[in-house]
Design a protein around this ligand. Sequence first.
Ligand SMILES: [Zn+2]
Length: 398
Amino acid sequence: MSDNPIYTPVPLKNVIALTDQLLEIAAMAGASDLHLEPLFQSMRIRMRVDGLMQLLKPPFDQLPATLADAIVVRIKLLSEMDISESRRPQDGSFQWQLNDKRLDIRCSSLAGHWGEKLVLRLQWQQQNIDICQQGLSPKQLQVVNHQLNKPQGLILVTGPTGSGKTMFLYSCLKQIQAPHINTVSAEDPVEVVLLDVHQVAVNNAINLSFSQILRALLRQDPDVIMLGELRDFDSADVALKAAQTGHLLLTSMHTSSLSEAVHRCHGLGVDMLALSYCLSLIINQRLVRRLCAQCKQPMTKVQLASMSSEEWLNAVTTYDLGFGAVNPCLPIGCEACHGGYKGRFGVFDILVMDQSKRDSVAQRQVQELEFGAGVRRQGLWRVISGHTSIAEVNRVTW
Ligand SMILES: [Zn+2]
């Protein structure tokens, strides 16, 4: 049995120290999630860094079942979960300190065939939610700031899961925050705690839904309202009424394109005419990994010459240096990064509503909304400026 890699003894016997070590590895790598997955007689440990899953380095990638069980109990205790219950899914949370920084950790458990799997969502308390750091071009930043200064309207942020919509909404709220503005939010859950914003979390245990929170928030004299996600008719209906009655409303929707967002709203039963008049901005967003500044390598003339697609050439001729000088690079990989990438930033497509676009939304002639550059063009411009790679843009846009 000792030849089996599953039974390789793990040097650390102390469960508390080992749990801390796993959290520290994930936190130091900048992981957003840590996965503890039961396998046959062992447990696999993976983490999500910059949107992609990866195994921890040995010996932490796989732990023997006995040790794994103890770690699961330790984390469930920390998360204030019921350790006697291992069949029903549970949620919990705890705070954890690394040096002088505090990490909020949300834990969820779900039993599968080989046992209970834990997924830990790691969130630093001090998040970078400065709107200038999100990845908008200078022109886009100007457009967004202009809309955020308006007293009413609806700003809809779209994108697939994990495309950074929530952080973008937070960055907008932070930008708006001022002593003379009453900013409130309905979220599921509250991911980043903001000073001066009255943040309310959805609570299924007491049947507190988005629409109920919104109705209550509207009675609290708000100026700006953030609704975490537009996902059902009730909340969409209240959100529209809020946007129509002198409030600035910011929300998000899980759709991969602008036109899909319009179809989804129609599918929810939203009054499209009312929506078209409320909407001030529709934003489509993706997150791409940033090329590591320490190891990225400029593309050679031969490599550049091989990039001859019409789309690429169009992007090259239309690039206005908004993201910096032309310097397309390739990922290499070094000690300081993950396979040539370190961190992520947003790539945005922004649609400012005007009368003809309002008509398109009202009549759902959405092909006319797929205007201008699109999120992919923005991504290609970021390849040209050497901030990300073509492979990365291909990965997140389709
Ligand atoms: Zn590197």
